[in-house]
Write a protein that binds this ligand. Structure first.
Ligand code: FE2
Ligand code: FE2
Length: 433
């Protein structure tokens, strides 16, 4: 072939190989972002706390993948400057969240969507040049390891049925629309019946109640006055703070609802919300893991639903405002008193868990200051942050009248753990409980 027959490369042509890899990275970034905004809707709908914790962990790891993809992608010509997910990708994930049955939802996410993400990462490794694109390659190798672990971690929670198989086939057809082999005549279920949050959250086999806080030691496990009373046995306070932490599962359930209602948020906002969500799921685990070690049967501890039930009736910006500016900002003084009492026990693990909880909560209040104005803007609230928080507080009181205190105790006072029984248990345990 003579040189005369060659077409001179256009300026785009010179970086065509880079642009092709940037296009794949861009698609992976958008897939991870769409996973974060959609998989979070699974959290209040699945019942087992372990499953909620796992979804929160996977969402947080996806946020990490997306962040590094964007960082690397921005070094490549053609990645694009915006954070947005193209409608063709989002509609696949919008479809994935339409079922209400938890087994069907999980099957769709973990038998179809996550394997598609994993296959896309593997394709990236095969398609790229090992030396030219070495920085991307190292990231992608690591993400493949994460995705393989996510599949293993979720496997024990997946239950197959005829229904889940049919749903997975439907979702596979939805995924195929992203590429040339897709069929044009797919019936999108979310177009007829878009997703809405459940009015209450699923807690699987666990007993329920409206609130675990009261002043009555024969009614609830956490007795408000006892927490700050210097004569309360520190071992009682330790059990109560573990129950308090376990009940941060309500924060897990209602914070998870904010993502899908703020789809246009900058990625950094969702990144920090994903971190916040994972932190709350860890705090809840502090109680969930420690209480059985102290001899308490989790089936006797009722789960409080009031905060979710009330907040889910409020706009997402109010939900986030109350969480960060009211509940979290307002918890430090009581928790400080509790931490001082726990130190009397020389329980290094309890001190450590509470120290990390405190550190995380300080970050959450910082996130609130940074992101509440942004969420307000996204949701069309134009007043000052101060006025908005005040009106959210007023609205919360109104909503609590209507939607609060509606969950009766699942267990009789004889069956359920109460403050009085915690006191009796630690006293019986004579120092080691
Ligand atoms: Fe927390
Ligand atoms: Fe928090």
């Amino acid at each position: 072939m003579s040189t005369a027959t060659l077409t001179p490369p256009s300026s785009g042509g010179r970086t065509a190989a880079v642009q092709e890899m940037a296009r794949l990275q861009r698609e992976l970034f958008e897939l991870e972002r769409a996973f974060i905004s959609s998989a979070t809707t699974l959290v209040p709908r699945v019942g087992e706390p372990d499953l909620k914790y796992l979804v929160c962990q996977h969402v947080w790891e996806s946020a990490g993948h997306a962040r590094f993809l964007r960082e690397r992608g921005r070094e490549l010509t053609g990645f694009g400057k915006t954070d947005s997910v193209r409608p063709a990708i989002w509609r696949v994930f919008a479809e994935a969240i339409t079922p209400s049955d938890p087994d069907t939802l999980l099957a769709g996410f973990y038998r179809v969507l996550k394997p598609h993400v994993l296959a896309s990462y593997r394709h990236y490794l095969e398609a790229t040049h090992h030396l030219a694109d070495w920085p991307s390659r190292k990231l992608v190798e690591e993400f493949i390891g994460d995705e393989e672990r996510h599949a293993e971690e979720m496997e024990p929670h997946l239950n197959e049925s005829v229904d889940t198989h049919a749903w997975c086939e439907h979702l596979s057809s939805a995924i195929a629309t992203l590429h040339a082999d897709g069929t044009a005549d797919l019936t999108w279920q979310h177009e007829a019946a878009p997703y809405t949050h459940p009015a209450t959250c699923n807690r699987g086999p666990y007993p329920l109640c409206s609130s675990v806080f009261s002043k009555n030691p024969d009614e609830t496990p956490i007795v408000r006055d006892w927490l700050e009373d210097p004569t309360t046995d520190a071992r009682v306070i330790r059990v109560m703070i573990y129950i308090w932490l376990m009940m941060e599962l309500d924060a897990v359930d209602y914070l998870a609802t904010v993502f899908v209602e703020t789809l246009e948020a900058p990625f950094d906002l969702h990144h920090d919300l994903a971190r916040h969500l994972w932190d709350e799921s860890r705090h809840s685990q502090f109680g969930y893991r420690q209480l059985p070690k102290l001899g308490f049967d989790l089936m006797t501890i009722e789960h409080s639903l009031d905060l979710y039930n009330i907040l889910v009736q409020m706009p997402p910006a109010e939900r986030y405002a109350l969480m960060t500016m009211e509940f979290e900002a307002g918890s430090f003084a009581t928790k400080a008193t509790i931490m001082d009492r726990i130190r009397e026990l020389n329980d290094f693990e309890a001190d450590t868990l509470l120290a990390f909880d405190r550190n995380d909560e300080q970050n959450h209040v910082r996130y609130g200051h940074q992101w509440l104005p942004e969420i307000m803007k996204l949701c069309g609230h134009e007043e000052s942050v101060e006025d908005f928080v005040k009106s959210a507080q007023t609205n919360f009181a109104k909503m609590a009248e209507i939607h609060g205190n509606k969950t009766p105790h699942s267990l009789s006072p004889e069956q359920r753990l109460t403050g009085a029984k915690i006191l009796a248990a630690v006293t019986r345990g004579s120092g080691s409980a």
